[in-house]
Design a protein around this ligand. Structure first.
Ligand code: SF4
Length: 585
């Protein structure tokens, strides 16, 4: 039996599966198939393989494995079963891989005869940008194209379908007991992932459902409580075993990211704010360290600031655990969404602005120190959502002033993520969609986005990674118009633009030389002063446009000292041991 899994990539509130992230869905699907049918030959393809093969509009400039067009076509032709995984609920900006939608994949899949199954959050629809309502056309199309749509867990349906098709129920959810084997068997699919082995980061599940939603109901826009009405914590042993398998296959980057709040893992239910369980997190992360001693990245994703603010002692202990066993550059994203208390109430948001401020402060106290890869150890990120119910002109100003206060008080926030709400069927917002004023507030949203980028993000970025900081292990990922873009591997890595072409898919240590609103400019080290172009030299601190001519006329320099002598004294330390002086010009 030949089975093709097509990864259309997934991005949802509590889970990421866009390369270099390998999400949970393809792994679990692969594992369920393996368990059900030992004779199955399973191929993992990405939507980029299909785009490349069938001429879609999205090219693949950056993959480190060139897709084999003949193979992709052959696999799909021969496949008895084609499983498509997709769903984009929290659209963002993507550096290289762009998630797909059902209409795109429908075009590619039409000619193939295999039984077609749709899995992942795509059954609820997808949104390529914020500020939209999910349209029923996409869902109708999914019904036409696919023979089955897994409304429950794809892995549960696949197992049933392959062992007892007559009774397979696409609405069935699996338990963590059932998941155990799927997760362990499914790790192997990573070997077919384009970024394997050096660049892949694997998203690991710890929990499903939202503890806050169980206590007082979900946030008005969120799909997580719709899918999972209770909270289930995945057993520590199962998480650790899965990581052990992936580690033995060569994976070195992990994000313990598939959860709505890492600080609420194994927490005691307690209405709106569960009581955190630092011992469970200590055990989890210590055990991960034991089975993956040479891991390079261990990060997390979401946290509810209300939990941190209301349980500062326990949360400080958890933050220290994340630092002790994790790696620098770690970020916990706080879903503040709006600082306006009226909007917070109407949309049943999870934390107040005051709680979020407290949580930012607590994480700064524990995690703001710079780590060995150049980034602070553990910082908060803040999610803002525009277009919520009850927003007025004043709401935008209140949120702006809240963010400004963080900046003015000298706190660090790794990133402010501004999205516009996407209205999904079944969410509380769906039933009040007529009251949402996205269109009416379009200009206001644009105005405040601009202000936040210019007046907060820019100075925050300068504070976060000042000129002269060295970021270690930045992977060069995309080359575009004379610039190379790269990032470290981890949760919310900073995009670094290099003003020259460099070999892609290699790691570089980068000297930070300038800031944009959401990205930074850097030069790979060591800087070859005798060889670099004037375009690169003028970015260097202490050289700039003025000194470039002087440097060019004095080249070749014979020693570091000779070069340092013409640099202003305050910049010299930046260059000691970081330049080369090749003589063969
Ligand atoms: S806190 Fe709100 S946004 Fe976060 S998972 Fe729960 S319901 Fe969704």
């Amino acid at each position: 039996m030949i089975i093709a899994i097509i990864d259309g990539y997934t991005d949802e509130p509590a889970g990421l599966g866009v390369p270099p992230y390998l999400g949970i869905y393809p792994r679990y699907a692969y594992g369920a198939i393996k368990k059900a049918r030992k004779d199955a030959t399973i191929f993992y393809l990405t939507i980029d393989d299909l785009r490349f093969t069938f001429g879609g509009e999205q090219g693949i400039k950056t993959k480190n494995k060139t897709p084999n067009v003949f193979e992709t076509r052959k696999i799909l032709k021969k496949a008895d079963l084609i499983v498509y995984i997709g769903g984009l609920h929290t659209p963002g900006k993507y550096l290289s891989a762009v998630p797909s939608q059902v209409d795109e994949v429908a075009r590619f899949m039409k000619p193939f005869a295999g039984v077609k199954i749709l899995g992942g959050p795509a059954f609820m629809g997808s949104a390529h940008e914020g500020g939209t309502k999910i349209c029923s056309k996409e869902l109708a199309l999914a019904n036409q194209v696919f023979d089955y749509i897994a409304y429950g867990d794809l892995e549960a349906f696949l197992y049933d379908f392959l062992t007892n098709p007559r009774d397979a129920d696409p609405h069935r959810f699996r338990t963590y007991d059932e998941l155990r084997d799927y997760a362990l068997l499914g790790g192997e699919v990573v070997k077919q992932f384009p970024d394997y082995p050096d660049f892949v980061i694997v998203e690991i599940e710890t929990q499903r459902g939202c503890p806050k939603a169980v206590g007082i109901g979900g946030c008005s826009f969120c799909t997580e409580p719709l899918r999972y009405r209770t909270v289930q914590n995945r057993p520590i042993e199962d998480i650790v075993k899965e990581i052990e398998v992936l580690y033995s296959l060569g994976v070195r980057h992990f994000r313990i990211g598939r959860q709505s709040c890492i600080f609420s893992y194994m927490a005691k239910p307690n209405g709106r704010v569960p009581i955190p369980n630092p011992e469970a997190l200590e055990k989890l992360f210590r055990s991960i360290g034991n089975v993956a001693p040479k891991l390079k990245t261990l990060h997390v994703d979401n946290a509810n600031p209300a939990v941190i603010a209301n349980y500062p002692e326990e949360s400080t202990q958890i933050a220290k655990t994340l630092i002790k066993y994790g790696t620098p550059g770690n970020v916990v994203a706080f879903g503040l969404e709006s600082a306006d208390p009226k909007v917070a109430k109407l949309n049943n948001l999870n934390a107040t602005a005051e709680e979020t401020y407290e949580a930012v402060k607590i994480l700064n106290e524990v995690g703001a120190k710079r780590g060995y890869n150049g980034m602070p150890w553990l910082l908060p990120g803040i999610n803002i959502l525009f277009g919520l119910l009850g927003e007025t002109k004043k709401s935008y100003e209140i949120t702006f002033q809240f963010l400004k206060r963080l900046l003015d008080d000298g706190l660090l926030v790794r990133r402010i993520n501004i999205r516009q709400v996407v209205i999904f069927p079944g969410t509380p917002l769906w039933y009040m969609k007529e009251k949402v004023k996205i269109e009416k507030h379009k200009k206001l949203i644009k105005h405040y986005k601009y202000r936040i980028r210019h007046e907060i993000d820019f100075p925050m970025l300068q504070r976060l990674v000042p000129v002269g900081t060295v970021l270690r292990e930045v992977r060069a990922e995309v080359y575009d118009n004379g610039l190379t873009y790269g990032r470290q591997i981890g949760s919310y890595p900073l995009i670094v633009g290099m003003p020259k072409p460099v070999e892609l898919n290699r790691f570089y240590d980068i000297l930070i030389v300038g800031h944009g609103f959401r990205s930074i400019t850097g030069i790979p080290l060591p800087v070859d002063i005798n060889k670099e172009s004037s375009k690169v030299l003028r970015h260097l601190p202490g050289i700039g446009k003025k000194n470039v001519i002087r440097i060019l006329s004095r080249r070749p320099f014979k020693s570091e000292k000779e070069f340092l002598d013409i640099i202003e004294e305050r910049y010299r330390a930046l260059y000691r041991g970081r330049i080369t002086l090749r003589q063969n010009l």
